[in-house]
Design a protein around this ligand. Sequence first.
Ligand SMILES: Nc1nc2c(c(=O)[nH]1)N[C@H]1C(S)=C(S)[C@@H](COP(=O)(O)O)O[C@H]1N2
Ligand SMILES: [Mo]
Length: 505
Amino acid sequence: MRIFRRGDLVGAGCGILAAAAGVAVAELGATLLRPESSPLIGIGSTVIDLTPTPVKEYAVRTVGTYDKPLLLAGIGAVLVLVAASLGVLGQRRLRLAQAGFGVLGLVAAATVWTRPAAQPFDAVPSFLAGLVAAPILGILLHRLPRVPSSSGGLAAAGRRRFLIAAGAVAGTAVAAGGVAGVTRRLAAASDARSREAIRLPAPVQPTGPRITTPGFYTPVDEFYRVDTALTVPRVDVDRWRLRIHGLVDRPITLDFDELLSRGLIERDITLNCVSNEVGGPYIGTTRWLGVPLAPLLREAGVDADADQVVARSADGMTLGTPTATLLDGRDAMLAVGMDGRPLPPEHGFPVRMLTPGLYGYAGSCKWITEVELARFADFDAYWVRRGWAREAPVKTASRIDRPAAFAHIAPGDVTVAGVAWAQGRGIDSVELQVDNGPWEPAELLTSPGRDTWVQWRHRWHATIGGHTLRVRATDGTGRTQPERRATPFPDGATGWHTLAVTVSP
Ligand SMILES: Nc1nc2c(c(=O)[nH]1)N[C@H]1C(S)=C(S)[C@@H](COP(=O)(O)O)O[C@H]1N2
Ligand SMILES: [Mo]
């Protein structure tokens, strides 16, 4: 018995075309409404939230920031398979297959609607997808010639009618998708223009001169990005509000100008992700501009038992920070600028929280809209619910950036260089070990304070052969980072960054 009939291929094609038309119309709808209402984004975001932590860690480790495009591609592939099956089914039981598309639309709507920051009309594009795909499947399958011609193919006249219908559907889908794409690009360009137009006031508390060593500051467009947002939240700065509420005596609501009028500070701060492996790339340093958070908390009057500050974002993310940490004198801020310019959308425009000394997930909420004073006993933030630590001070770490791992270099004097960080505690010393030789002190370059990484370098006389380079740092409290390797989960990686190089003439 043959499992597939020749006609099945045509049926599968009809199913895929119907789905494509539905998705294209839905994406167009989502573009006009808001990006978060896209059924693909809804399904993808739900998958992200449901993904177990070890799988997420594996994804971050292996595919890094390609995780999002890959996830969307995976969802697309599954959709193609389901749509093809529905198309085949539709040749025998059309109503059932159409109902299948209806169910797909409802499932998508449910994922969109259950997003933490969902809005009432967000389900409309998903409904549209089902409402478009089901009848189109009917139309396409009805146009299929019933009687195969003697050659076994489709009868010529019937084939023409079918191809015209299929072409019309495909054309409409491509056109709708194209319009959606262009509209999105126009919206992004107009967002960029209004962002460029923002004039941030000069800081009332400027910081010292810029560090001039190359590599100290991470170019803003190369700054690592880690978040769960499949589509970057679009926040209208004119409608943006920050609400400070919860266990406080006097809740505060501020718009953007009111926030700026509180006076800005500027600070060099290194931000890094708890998911960074030893030697990994999820760390960056820039000159941040923002409004100090502690005075605002004091103004609101924090209740004595409010031991947690819960930050909420426009995309429904929650991050929890110990209240005591934010009030201990560090430069925790509501940041509005990086490197003198308004925040880029991916880094939290218009306002993000920034807590020096803590990993990003525990104090640096992007697209922030709410600061709620709460109790750890009553509420677990997003990552804590997934097993990550409540308290997340940055662990002392160091990295070799030059030479690169597995580099081939010439013998003679070589500068080995990299960075070391222990935000809040500062770096006392960095040591380099070649093969199993003695630990040698590296030279530390100028750094502005305890909240940034420190660049280090060491002259090494490289001899022919294979060599292992290893680095370790000691923080401002005199503690040397432990050798024991630990993976990032649940409170940050440990271990000495080690790499191998080959020296040959
Ligand atoms: N709204 C929101 N804020 C967020 C996140 C997020 O997923 N959503 N991720 C956090 C994590 S895990 C890190 S490491 C930092 C990264 O900030 P960056 O992307 O600007 O480098 O943002 C934090 N703030
Ligand atoms: Mo992170």
